[in-house]
Design a protein around this ligand. Sequence first.
Ligand SMILES: Nc1ncnc2c1ncn2[C@@H]1O[C@H](COP(=O)(O)OP(=O)(O)OP(=O)(O)O)[C@@H](O)[C@H]1O
Ligand SMILES: [Zn+2]
Length: 722
Amino acid sequence: MTRARVLLLTAALGPLDYRVPQGSEAPLGSVVIAPLGPRRIGGVVWEDESFGAPDPVGDNRLRNLYEIVPVPPIAAPLRRLVEWTSDYYLSPPGSVLRMLLPGVAFADARRPIVEYRATGELPARMTPQRTVALGKIGARQGTVRELAKLADVSEAVIRGLVHVGALEAVSASADQPCPEPDPAFAPPDLSAEQTAAAAQLRAAVAAARFETLLLDGVTGSGKTEVYMEAIAAAVDAGRQALVLLPEIALTEPMLTRFAARFGCEPVAWHSGLRSTERRRAWHAIASGEARIVVGARSALFLPYARLGVIVVDEAHETSFKQEDGVHYHARDVAVMRGYFEGLPVILASATPALESLAQVEAGRYRHIQLPARFGGATLPDLAAIDMRQDPPDRGRWLAPPLVDALADRLEKGEQSLLFLNRRGFAPLTLCRTCGHRIQCPNCTAWMVEHRLVHRLACHHCGHVMPPPRLCPECEDEDSLVACGPGVERVADEVALRFPEARTAIVTSDTLWSPARAAEFVANVEQGLVDIIIGTQLVTKGYHFPNLTLVGVVDADLGLDGGDLRASERTFQQIAQVAGRAGRGVKPGEVLIQTRVPDAPVMAALVAGDRDGFYAAEAAARRAAGAPPYGRFAALVISSEDIEVARGVAQRLGAKAPVADGLAVYGPAPAPLAMLRGRHRFRLLLHAPRSFDLQGTIRAWVDSIDWPAKARLAIDVDPYSFV
Ligand SMILES: Nc1ncnc2c1ncn2[C@@H]1O[C@H](COP(=O)(O)OP(=O)(O)OP(=O)(O)O)[C@@H](O)[C@H]1O
Ligand SMILES: [Zn+2]
């Protein structure tokens, strides 16, 4: 009889033993469906010796596996990555496994789906909407939902077109062939510096060995062009390439850019995909047919058949850190994947994380630099506007020098960008009469006014309500006032000052789909926008040659809050957004509104002294034992019942581990004391780099009993301290 130990797709259990039905085989890594009580559940056949090698279950108690799923087995290096991730981030292995095997992995790729395509017949009644829709669909084929998305119309319009015979149903196999990228399609003419950098990357891919390379080039130096050479090398070698991006909004422009370089779009992977697209993508990735994959961090764990290189673009971005479920950092896990699979990992950034630079210094990462912009474009001039000396008019947010600069660009027909990392109209609504502030009922957070949609919204839990007319506290009428600016409010000021200017507000509210992102890019490129007002979403990736002015509306915003990376993040964010200016022939100017122009980070930005800033920051971190020279981990205990949460936190606190060099802070109410209706208490651990934090935490957490109503979230190497 053959048995199989299976790691199931559930957080609650370790591996379980099963019997392999007669006539079937289930070698290590096989994807299977197994019985679990009355349920059917997916899983992967695993080594007996993993996860503490639990004792085997007696033959007589084994249940039969239901099915061996006909997809390629999960390879050993990826199984090791699952174990490592589970171990390092203190997450159940079943939760990690789910990232490899989303539901679509179990959907039969060969089962046909009904798709639709144009028949060439035009409906008798042609509305303008139908004309546009058919134009956009062209020769493409897809489900009703996909075509609706493609044509930017409702599904009803598509169904209407089917009804009148303009579209016909076809049975499509879900594993439609992926187009083959052609590395020789349109290679760029690289500059001498770029050529040297690209040669190093190509050689690393050809060597097919683990190595981490930090591609550190100023904004506009052509990092993307250069790492595409590494991808070309991987494709040439018959391998797959993965590019991780920090935001979904960046994927669409990147797909277009790849299409220009390789002759076809790569395969995209992110949470915005339709389930049919997702199914197609997953199976193409697992079979090796998807040669280039561009995706968000969730693309990292997929079972690539023949991965040859991983690129992490904008590698300094903290959005690579997942803040729920498995709290992993995609940049760090990418490096581990490279290690287990024996392949190069390229981290690209104009403002590398201190962590990455420390690895370079320690000799563990190779440093590849591109110190100049491509094509003779120069880096922009940065200057600070001291808001204490040059304040904006009352109730306004733009200081006179910035207003003048905007007027100047409008006159010259050049584009400007105003950056403020705050969505909505105003971050706080306050009663003038009684001082009441409108707070989210579920979170320790203010409700943010979104005037464009007439709503107050909580940015933590998504709770929305109409803006009240009466103060909920004193019931005074029309006493509520908006405090502070968000991008919408800055846009109002721009409209007031420059009624003729064409503006675009760019936030996750306005660029919620890849299609909207693509539309925004096209509008700016065609010169249909004069002033962009945006959040961090516009700080990176974009290349608008006619954009010559960047205004940072509130440079001090990120410095509040006492986050250990506050200065570093401020530096990166402002350097990145500054990098959008002057990328063409015309030089760029950057004006930074601040109340602390003498703060080291502002002074370094204005002086263009990146090395000095990083050196000072590194010294300060080293002295404080902060990352990357020391380590943190956070334990957040939450419950709907505050007493339960407090009780567990206190019992845990009473058993806090004691060790040389280890400091345990708390328990204390977390800064975000309530989130989604749950009360939160936090314990923070601080230890030297070499300390076994994971082992310590594991033993500690096991030392108390956990009531069912309390939940524990563990965050190793936290980036968010709320
Ligand atoms: N060798 C080249 N030939 C033609 N165009 C190039 C070349 N190198 C760079 N470019 C162009 O210069 C612009 C900037 O390059 P790219 O976007 O690759 O820079 P980057 O370093 O990734 O920038 P950022 O970090 O600011 O996003 C792009 O429009 C790119 O196509
Ligand atoms: Zn809330």
